[in-house]
Design a protein. Sequence first.
Length: 137
Amino acid sequence: MKTGQYLISVDLEGIHGIVGEPYKGLNEAFDYELAIENATQEINAVVAGLFDGGADLVAVWDCHGSGVNLDFSKIDQRVIRVENPAMAKYERLSFAKKLSFDGILYIGYHAKAGSLNGVLAHTYSSKTIQYYKINGM
C-alpha cells in the first residue's frame, strides 16, 4: 500500500448546498454557518478516505478569506492544521513546496468570474495572481 503526505486546501463558496446572497460575500450571507458545517463533513470524508488508503499525514488549510473559518475541533483530529502563512497573496501556496506533499486536494472551490450558472463565482485579481505552476508547468 502506497503511503504519502497530502494537503487538503479548503475554500467555502463551492461547498455542497451553498448559494449565498446577491451582492454579498459568503461571510455576510445567511448560509455562511452552513458552509462551515458542510465543509467539515466534506473534509472529514476526504480525510477518512486518505487515511484508509494509507496516508501517513494529512494537513488541512482553510484558505477562504482570512483562513479562520473552520472549526478544527470538529475536524478529524489526525489532521495537521496549516495556519495561513504571513506572505503576499500571490505566494499563498508556496509553503507547500517546503513540505513535500505527494498531492493537494481542493475542496469547495468555486467557478471563475463570469462562468455561466457559477454559484458565488469570482476570480483572484490578475494583479495578485498571474498563474499557477504544477510540477513546473
